[in-house]
Design a protein around this ligand. Structure first.
Ligand SMILES: Cc1cc2nc3c(=O)[nH]c(=O)nc-3n(C[C@H](O)[C@H](O)[C@H](O)COP(=O)(O)OP(=O)(O)OC[C@H]3O[C@@H](n4cnc5c(N)ncnc54)[C@H](O)[C@@H]3O)c2cc1C
Length: 412
């Protein structure tokens, strides 16, 4: 059994970023941070690879550059039932292939002295006043603390008895050749015309082994995700939704390898820490509205690296304020905001939200600059925030009125 400061389960962007940011804060600890990854790099992760520049900025602030083949992204386009919009905001990010990105990130961690054990499938994790114990196919690892960065089906989360929450979604994708009508290759396209399900379809430009392809996918929220009384019926199968879209584009759905996986949003009601154990990335929960999770995983890593450095130094491993630390961070505020907008967007007020997005491009510009991690000019930010608060507030009041018995509503 090897003794470590921190045992990190999962070598995706959340686990590796946690290791890198912690090693940056406490270089002397680097060789006592161990990451256990069940696969061997290069390993794939089903993901469209749309990466906000804010993740690259956070990493490069501590001297880490992830240099992999990428498609540069300058903006987004969205098709709604009532109209379409395409906006550019300079460079806002890139599309990467996870098989390449995750390996390069892991190499950067190794270069900083972090130990990564590949082929180590974790089967159990427990904590006690003496610290954490993690059992894996590569042996048992002890640490002062364990970090669950093992993604959507987190074994650590289950082993520690932390509930999973309701914000689940299914996502399925294929890589196809481009077709006539595809948007420009510097845009991330969101196809949101179909209001029959809570979710959307996407077309992201990608490069696979040097070939210019398009990653097309469907993101469908689980019916319980919008909350009781949302009126949402059972969600359709994401694969069926994607097949319909491919056929409409003149592509034979059976010609492409379908890559299917679940996603999990950060649920306010579900705990993400125990003494000597905390969760990061999708094991904790990411953006439930669009299922964006790579930049969030890196943001979790930056936050957890700082948090762990502080707590290990102080010898305080209760971790009873980890959820509050997440909630109060930019990451937490962002996810909270998306949870609110999601309920309006995928709920009854959808048409009004679409109208607002089309009529008030400052909001999408605000979102793109946030995706990029770029400062927001104060007047634009205020305008977007004020209109957003008004729209979401009005929708909230309308929903409240609609939920009251007609007699009570008439008195208001
Ligand atoms: C189809 C699809 C498309 C997506 N597209 C995008 C996108 O375009 N942009 C975006 O930002 N996000 C996207 N996401 C979300 C994004 O992929 C995830 O949110 C992100 O990968 C989360 O990072 P993570 O490090 O928390 O988890 P993961 O990337 O899932 O990494 C978890 C790691 O833990 C390892 N692991 C799991 N179990 C064990 C175990 N028992 N023992 C040891 N190791 C284990 C896994 O092998 C993996 O390496 C997409 C998701 C899906 C499903």
């Amino acid at each position: 059994m090897s003794a470590n400061e921190v045992v990190i389960v999962g070598g995706g962007p959340a686990g590796i970023s946690t290791a890198i940011f912690l090693a940056h804060r406490r270089p002397a600890l680097a060789d006592r941070i161990v990451v256990l990854e069940k696969e061997r790099y290069p390993r794939d992760k089903f993901c469209a690879g749309g990466l906000g520049e804010r993740a690259d900025r956070a990493l490069s602030a501590i001297g880490v550059r992830v240099d992999v083949p990428s498609v540069p992204v300058n903006g987004v386009s969205a098709a709604f039932q009532i109209g379409e919009i395409a906006l550019r905001e300079g460079s806002i990010g890139r599309v990467v292939r996870r098989v390449e990105f995750d390996r390069a990130l892991a190499l950067a961690a190794r270069a900083r002295g972090v130990r990564i054990v590949e082929g180590a499938r974790v089967t159990a994790a427990s904590t006690s006043p003496r610290g954490a114990l993690v059992e894996s196919s590569a042996g048992t690892f002890a640490g002062r603390a364990v970090v669950g960065a093992d993604g959507v089906g987190s074994v650590v989360r289950r082993a520690l008895g932390l509930p999973f929450g309701r914000l689940r979604a299914q996502a399925v994708e294929v890589d196809t050749e481009p077709v006539a009508g595809d948007r420009s290759r510097d845009l991330l396209h969101f196809e949101m015309r179909d209001r029959s399900f809570p979710g959307y379809l996407w077309d992201f430009p990608t490069v696979v082994d040097g070939r210019e392809l398009v990653c097309r996918g469907a993101y469908v929220l689980h019916e319980g995700a919008l909350g009781v009384g949302s009126g949402a019926g059972p969600a359709p199968d994401a694969e069926r939704v994607l097949r319909g879209r491919l056929a409409a584009l003149g592509l034979d759905p059976d010609r492409y390898r379908r890559k299917r996986f679940a996603e999990r949003g950060l649920d306010r009601a579900a705990a993400i820490a125990r003494p000597a154990a905390l969760l990061v990335g999708e094991a904790a929960g990411i953006d439930p509205m669009l299922g964006e999770g790579i930049a969030q995983a890196v943001a979790y890593g930056a936050l957890a690296g700082e948090y762990l450095a502080e707590k290990l130094e102080a010898g305080d491993l209760r971790f009873d304020d980890w959820d509050r630390r997440v909630e109060r961070s930019l990451l937490g505020i962002d996810i909270r905001f998306r949870r609110r907008v999601m309920r309006a967007f995928y709920g009854a007020p959808r048409e009004r939200v679409e109208r607002y997005l089309l009529d008030e491009p400052s909001f999408l510009r605000f979102g793109m600059r946030h995706f990029a991690g770029r400062p927001q000019p104060a007047p634009d930010a205020l305008r977007a925030a004020a209109t957003g608060v008004l729209v979401v507030g009005r929708i909230g009041i309308e929903r409240l009125l609609a939920s009251l018995p007609p007699r009570a509503a008439a008195h208001l």
